[in-house]
Write a protein that binds this ligand. Structure first.
Ligand code: G
Ligand code: G
Ligand code: MN
Ligand code: NA
Length: 249
C-alpha cells in the first residue's frame, strides 16, 4: 500500500514533525505540560496519525518512528523555560519492544532532560497484550521518575482493572465526556466520579477536549487538575509554543 511505502522513506526524507499542544494547570494558572503530536507531511498533504499509526504498528515502523518522537520531544522540552513537562504518546507495540526503557533513557540523556519532565501517555487498550513485560517496563520507567498517564480514559473495556494493576500518575478523561457535559447530568456524574477515583488513588485528572468556557467552568468546579483543548490552545508549531512559554515565564 502507498502509505506503507511512503512510511518506509518518511524518516530519511525528514517528513515527520511534531506539533505541541499546551495543557493548562488550573491551580497553577499556567502551562504545566505540553503534548507532542506527530504529523507526517507527505504527497502535498499532512497525514494524520489516525491514518498512519496503525500502518506503522503493523509494519513495526512505529519503533524507529516512536524513538524519533521521544528524542525530538525531549530535545524540544530541554529548551523550554521552567519545569514544564512534555507528554509523548506511546503505542502498545513500543511497549512490547524490549528496548523501550533504553530508548527513553537515551532520549533523556541526549537532551539533558530530567526524567521528571517526561510524561508517557498510554491508552487503555495497551495493557491487554503482554501485560507482564509492559508492567515491568512501566515500573522501571516510573522508578526513574518518568510520569505515566492513562490516555482517553473511559473509552476502553477495562479502565478500572488497569487502575488497579498499575499506579498511574495521571488520568486523562476522554473528550467524548466533555461534548455534552454542560447539558447532560450523567456525563457530569461520570466526570465527578473519575475525579474522585483519581483523588483516592493519588492520581491527578486532566479533562481533554475543552472547547467552551461553559465546559471549563464545569470541570473547574468539579476539581479537575488540568485542562486540554481548543479553548486554551490548539496544537501549535514549535516556535509558537516556545513563544507562549516564554511569555508566561
Ligand atoms: O493530533 P491528532 O488529533 O491528530 O492525534 C490523533 C491521534 O494520534 C491521537 O489519539 C494521538 O494520541 C495519536 N498520536 C499523536 N501523536 C502520536 C505519536 O507520536 N505516537 C503515537 N503512538 N500516537 C500519536
Ligand atoms: O488521543 P489523544 O488524547 O492523544 O489525542 C490528542 C488529539 O486530540 C490531538 O490530535 C488533538 O488535535 C485533539 N484535540 C485536542 N484538543 C481538542 C479539542 O478541544 N477538541 C477536539 N475535538 N480535539 C482536540
Ligand atoms: Mn494523548
Ligand atoms: Na486522549
Amino acid at each position: 500500500r502507498s502509505i506503507e511505502a511512503g512510511l518506509r522513506l518518511a524518516m530519511q526524507r525528514e517528513e515527520m514533525r511534531l506539533m505541541f499542544q499546551p495543557l493548562l494547570g488550573l491551580d497553577e494558572n499556567r502551562v504545566t505540560c505540553v503534548e507532542a503530536l506527530l504529523r507526517w507531511d507527505h504527497d502535498d498533504r499532512t497525514v494524520s496519525p489516525v491514518e498512519f499509526i496503525p500502518v506503522a504498528e503493523e509494519t513495526g515502523l512505529i519503533v524507529p518512528i516512536g524513538e524519533w518522537v521521544l528524542h525530538e520531544a525531549c530535545k524540544a522540552a530541554s529548551a523550554w523555560p521552567g519545569d514544564v513537562r512534555v507528554a509523548v504518546n506511546l503505542s502498545p507495540v513500543q511497549f512490547r519492544h524490549k528496548d523501550l526503557v533504553a530508548q527513553v533513557k537515551a532520549a533523556l540523556s541526549e537532551a539533558g532532560l530530567e526524567p521528571t519532565r517526561l510524561e508517557l501517555e498510554i491508552t487503555e487498550s495497551l495493557l491487554l497484550n503482554d501485560s507482564e513485560n509492559t508492567l515491568a517496563a512501566l515500573h522501571e520507567l516510573r522508578g526513574m521518575g518518568v510520569r505515566i498517564s492513562m490516555d482517553d480514559f473511559g473509552t476502553g473495556y477495562s479502565s478500572l482493572s488497569y487502575l488497579r494493576s498499575f499506579p498511574f500518575d495521571k488520568i486523562k478523561i476522554d473528550r467524548s465526556f466533555m461534548a455534552d457535559v454542560t447539558t447532560r447530568a450523567d456525563s457530569q456524574a461520570i466526570i465527578q466520579a473519575v475525579i474522585g477515583l483519581g483523588k483516592s488513588l493519588g492520581m491527578s485528572t486532566t479533562a481533554e477536549g475543552i472547547e467552551t468556557e461553559e465546559q471549563l467552568a464545569m470541570v473547574r468546579a468539579q476539581g479537575v487538575s488540568e485542562v486540554q483543548g481548543f479553548l486554551f490552545s490548539p496544537p501549535l508549531q514549535p516556535a509558537a509554543l516556545a513563544n507562549l512559554l516564554h511569555s508566561e515565564a
